[in-house]
Design a protein around this ligand. Structure first.
Ligand SMILES: *Cc1c(COP(=O)(O)O)cnc(C)c1O
Length: 458
């Protein structure tokens, strides 16, 4: 093992150097992948030096999500202390289902959950779990809501058409989870949004009422804190009143921007959160923690237990249910996703996490200001969003983003909302500074003027 740690350290240096010198790795086309890299698996093994060289090649061609040129997705950058925690978790290799096997790691996970519950303004009866990602956190919420509505579903399965509500701008996992949980995609009502991507609450109320009149059984509303494309925040307070009126479970999907619970300045965006029944947040998005680290909390601790516990004599042999986390989680064997977030939180404090979140909004403001001041750009996003959406010189966004990637200039994606397709520059990457935002635009402009002017829409 000592040899492998030394090798790991050597490979880290190769990676760090590549992140600086070639921040956007030269992409390999899928048709050439197996010719360019030795990914083969064979009967005979190889010596360490050959393995090292192959790993070096792989490192060079792997996309660099921690580089200053990565704006592509809803995560990015690297925070040392969080990475340290994850590396330790790999070495420990505990499984989080029982206290017997994970010991203090269970206490760490419970502490994270407890603090998230407190920040969400949930009662002392609340609890939660870590799931393999935001999609799965949303699924856990849906299952709890389904079982809460009708206790016998766990044993008998569905007997009625149950309907759920989410905005047209919400994440696709809501519909996918409806399919996975037996609710059915056709029972998902996509509520219209305003031009900023915020759910229209009056529309929500009307559709619920219509479903009740038509004999359906409404049970679940999803509000989004940070929609995936525009980064819009639904009005949780207004939606919670509709849920209260019809007695529906309210889940807040904060996978993208639920991290604002840490910010004095931005937590007003999730005002009313305390009236929700469950809330999820991905620490691997706004909170600088390596993938994946998704947290779901609920006011209804008993429901969490009812929906996810299972008796298993071979597994639960010691300690109370409270410390045997397998009783409240989706999986059986489960990796330790809590330690990396705890290590970061412990080292920088709640105030340090607040700084990480506030910085992302500050970077988005810098980008938006730049766009507003330069007439070749059209801006599609609004204040209080860290997704900065724009078009440049009328160039189709998908062609521009693909050309920037293929020429190893920038990693940035495109999105679509209603009629418009645009570049979606996300300022969530934890290593970004003001000069990196400005350099993004300079790189894009220089690239267009040398390579792409012929693509401008006429
Ligand atoms: C990213 C995202 C998800 C899904 O989270 P994963 O961890 O990728 O599964 C769910 N909802 C929203 C709003 C998201 O932005």
């Amino acid at each position: 093992m000592q040899n492998d740690i030394a090798l790991f350290s050597e490979l880290c240096d190769v990676l760090f150097e590549a992140e600086t010198n070639q921040p956007v790795a030269k992409p390999i086309s899928t048709s050439e992948l197996y010719q360019q890299l030795d990914l083969s698996l064979n009967n005979d093994g190889i010596i360490d030096n050959d393995l090292k060289n192959i790993l070096k090649d792989i490192i060079k061609s792997t996309p660099k999500t921690a580089s200053k040129s990565f704006f592509n997705q809803l995560f990015g950058g690297r925070v040392g202390k969080a990475t340290l925690g994850d590396l330790l978790a790999v070495l420990f290799n505990n499984s989080m289902y029982t206290y017997k096997v994970a010991g203090p790691q269970v206490g760490i996970e419970k502490q994270v959950l407890k603090n998230i519950c407190a920040l969400a303004d949930y009662s002392s009866d609340s609890d939660g779990a870590l799931a393999p990602g935001g999609s799965m956190s949303n699924m856990m919420a849906l299952i709890m809501a389904r079982d809460y509505k009708n206790e016998s579903i766990r044993a008998e399965g569905l007997s009625k058409k149950m309907t759920l509500y989410t905005s047209a701008a919400s994440h696709y996992s809501i519909s996918k989870n409806a399919a996975l949980t037996g609710i059915g995609r056709n029972q998902v009502r996509l509520i219209e949004t305003n031009s900023n991507g915020k759910m229209l609450t009056e529309h929500l109320d009307k559709i619920i009422q219509k479903d009740i009149n038509d004999g359906f059984e409404p049970f679940f509303v999803n509000a989004t804190a940070g929609t995936t494309v525009l980064g819009a925040f639904d009005d949780i307070e207004a939606i919670s009143k509709v849920c209260e009126k019809h007695k529906l479970w309210l889940h807040v999907d904060g996978a993208y921007c639920g991290g604002v619970i840490f910010s004095e300045k931005y937590k007003h965006l999730i005002k009313g959160l305390k009236h929700s029944d469950s809330f999820s947040v991905n620490a691997h998005k706004m909170l600088g923690t390596p993938l994946s680290c998704s947290i779901i909390v609920t006011q209804n601790k008993e429901q969490l237990h009812h929906s996810f516990s299972n008796e298993a004599d071979y597994l639960y042999q010691t300690d109370g249910d409270d410390f045997n986390l397998g009783k409240t989680s989706l999986q059986c064997g489960r990796r330790n996703d809590a330690l990396k977030f705890w290590t970061l939180w412990k080292s920088v404090g709640t105030k340090g996490l607040e700084k990480i979140v506030d910085k992302q909004f500050e970077m988005a403001n810098i980008a938006r200001d730049y766009i507003k001041e330069h007439k070749d750009y059209i801006l599609y996003s609004f204040n209080d969003s860290i997704s900065v959406c724009f078009n440049y010189k009328g160039i189709p966004a998908n062609e521009l983003c693909t050309a920037l990637y293929e020429n190893s200039e920038l990693m940035v994606g495109f999105g679509k909302f209603q009629e418009n397709e645009f570049v979606r520059m996300v300022t969530i990457n934890t290593v970004l500074e003001k000069e990196d935002i400005l350099s993004f635009f300079k790189t894009l402009e220089a690239f267009v003027s040398t390579h792409m002017l012929n693509l401008s829409a006429s």
